[in-house]
Design a binder for this molecule. Sequence first.
Ligand code: PLP
Length: 426
Amino acid sequence: MTALFDRHRAVLPEWLALYYRHPIEITHGEGRHVWDAEGNRYLDFFGGILTTMTAHALPEVTKAVSDQAGRIIHSSTLYLNRPMVELAERIAHLSGIPDARVFFTTSGTEANDTALLLATAYRGSNQILAMRNSYHGRSFSAVGITGNHAWSPTSLSPLQTLYVHGGVRSRGPYAELSDRQFINACVADLEDLLGHTREVAALIAEPIQGVGGFTSPPDGLYAAFREVLDRHGILWISDEVQTGWGRTGEHFWGWQAHAENGPPDILTFAKGIGNGMSIGGVVASARVMNCLDANSISTFGGSPVTMAAGLANLSYLVEHDLQGNARRVGGLLMERLRAVAAQLPLVREVRGRGLMAGIELVKPGTDEAHPEAAAAVLEAAREGGLLIGKGGGHNTSVLRIAPPLTLTVAEAEEGAAILERALRSV
Ligand code: PLP
């Protein structure tokens, strides 16, 4: 096969966001590995941006897709299809939200857009609380509320957004506080904000900030927020686009680390559920969901082929306890990465949960972000046969590790060794 891009004389469209100096043309994958058009094999430590959840070319998912495609590819959400109904039932049950309803979209952005639409319609207010350094997608409203302003070139959002402290633990004004003091300070900040506003529709938050560099608050922060939100009738939207389906190891959803005061009012999901097929969605109680007209359909949401993939993928995830594997193998990987980091002044922190590890790089001897080093580590890891990711916006000095949840101990060790060599080479 001829490569799409000639490494030495590539002319690339400028709108393509490419990670590497020379683009990688992926041709196929199997398990935790992918191959490029030049025949190189890579261990995939980024899982197509946390999307290949079980494995590349997992036979169970591939078969479900081809069987369904042979029957019917599309029927639209005007009609029912069995895989959609079965997947909705399973997700509603797993969500923990009472009297839950599921609405399928085709991306995380669209899921969050729908959640924002639901919350603003339900509450009759266009004020939203979002976390500093957050990311929720690239539509006008999702970009409009991001707390990572490198992503939002304009402030002409249809929503009025107020930003809350708490998504980032290790930097900022509360960095030196204990967990309890940190939570108290963030709650006081939230109360103060609410003292200066009229009706607010919802707080939207990622339990672990993804594009923001895999930062997580202490357990219980959102439960403490919930108490304040409830007093004001404000909805809590948990954006589980990166943290859902067991990726964090300890919990099936990220919100469960903040569960004392019950589940969120609205949960959004995408990425890992389809193992690469375009599935997003929103879960909310009937009371909230029904404030949108049923005719507000999504042409491609709930499409039978994607739903069949989602069902097969979810069944595999649950039956093989991939959440448990994320906890065990992720724990080992985290330990290994921390041991390497302790020897390297380039690394400020290794953080995360389960198979979601962030490695923050700084200029040695300073606390200054080092995006150039992160870019160089990415290149060196690629040369060593490993694909990893980076944070976005203001967080490009954070390396992100998020392999498929079937990662084996041997693969974790192999990847960590390549990464160690890459870090030492910079
Ligand atoms: N929410 C979070 C937390 C994300 O990380 C992302 C994408 O990275 C999105 C929403 C947007 O999802 P999508 O790219 O599927 O639109």
